[in-house]
Design a binder for this molecule. Structure first.
Ligand code: RIB
Ligand code: CA
Length: 319
């Protein structure tokens, strides 16, 4: 496995698969989570911030700061949140309707300020990982454009090159959540890797996989197999997936950071329409002739077997 180490700010809208990704990161020695920034998306930002705090409490990592972020897109009117995918508590209806530990609080900084301060204080060190609508990154870029030269890299879960959209025929949910912010992100001069639907729908966890997580007795593995039940119902009803299978969206971004050799990427410039029928689409210039924006490392293929083995190993072994 190609070894590398990343200090990340995890920008997230937890969310079941966000939780799956965060626990994966917290169990991986290749990753140091230096902060969590929250955003609306799978639910409103009050709920996603509460879930971020609860996840850290559950994981015994209340040392990691949480900065609450945007509650709505930068320009477009707010769209629907996704409780029908993630449950009323956005955590699979496990009853996370309040904070587990009321003594925990987000830091007194907006997520965008937190991102700017951390990147500018540690030039070239911080990787931004965004697995929700990209509003906090868009706001951070407006606040301090030099973060583009000072970030190490940006990894997003979002978008789709050849795969169909999941919230419109063309668009993926995180891009559609704030297309204007995504357009800013794709036009900035920084190195972006896009783990989009082309790969995240190619790796699926199913009931036997979750049973193995449960049987391990590891608290992280057991927790994931609990929160995922609601998500399995969504995938069964919406996609007609069999055997309790679910897509592995947000964990794909973390898998890429741990071991990039799990994926094969292609470099394309990307443009995002901010309105109209193609709103939120990530149009990739596959001929390399039409757009001048920086080329994005679009992940197109994944070694799902090795990815699933890695996730299982990390969620069932606390070392
Ligand atoms: O399209 C998948 C993305 O939308 C994931 O980040 C999931 O958490 C939802 O926000
Ligand atoms: Ca997410």
């Amino acid at each position: 496995m190609e070894k590398r180490f990343s200090k990340i700010i995890f920008d997230t809208d937890p969310g079941i698969d966000d939780a799956m990704a965060l626990l994966f990161a917290l169990r991986s020695p290749e990753i140091d989570v230096v902060g969590i920034t929250t955003v609306f998306g799978n639910s409103n930002v009050d709920a996603t911030t509460r879930n971020a705090l609860n996840l850290l409490y559950f994981a015994g990592r209340t040392d990691i700061p949480v900065a609450r972020g945007a509650g709505r897109p930068m320009v477009n009117p707010p769209g629907p949140t996704a409780e029908w995918v993630h449950g009323d508590d956005a955590m699979g209806n496990i009853g996370w309707n309040s904070q587990l530990n009321p003594a925990q609080h987000p830091v007194h900084r907006h997520a965008a300020e937190f991102i700017v301060e951390n990147i500018m204080a540690h030039p070239g060190e911080i990787t931004l990982v965004t697995v929700g609508p990209m509003t906090n990154l868009g706001l951070a870029l407006q606040l301090e454009p030099r973060i583009a030269q000072n970030v190490r890299e940006v990894v997003i879960m979002g978008g789709n090159v050849l795969a169909s959209g999941n919230v419109s025929p063309f668009a993926e949910a995180n891009i559609m959540g704030d297309p204007y912010a995504a357009a800013l992100l794709f036009s900035a001069e920084w190195h972006v890797t896009m783990a989009g639907l082309d790969v995240t729908q190619r790796t699926q966890m199913d009931t036997p996989y979750f049973d193995a997580l449960t049987l391990s007795g590891d608290p992280f593995g057991v927790f994931v197999s609990q929160i995922v039940r609601f998500y399995q119902g969504f995938h069964r009803e919406w996609y007609d997936y069999k055997n309790g299978a679910v897509d592995t969206h947000d964990p794909s971004a973390i898998a890429y950071l741990i071991d990039p050799s799990l994926f094969m990427g292609e470099y394309y410039s990307i443009v995002v329409p901010v309105s109209g029928p193609a709103e939120g689409m990530t149009i990739a210039d596959r001929r390399g002739k039409f757009y001048k924006t920086p080329k994005v490392n679009c992940l197109m293929r994944v070694d799902s077997t090795r990815f699933l083995d890695l996730y299982m190993q990390r969620l069932t072994h606390d070392e």
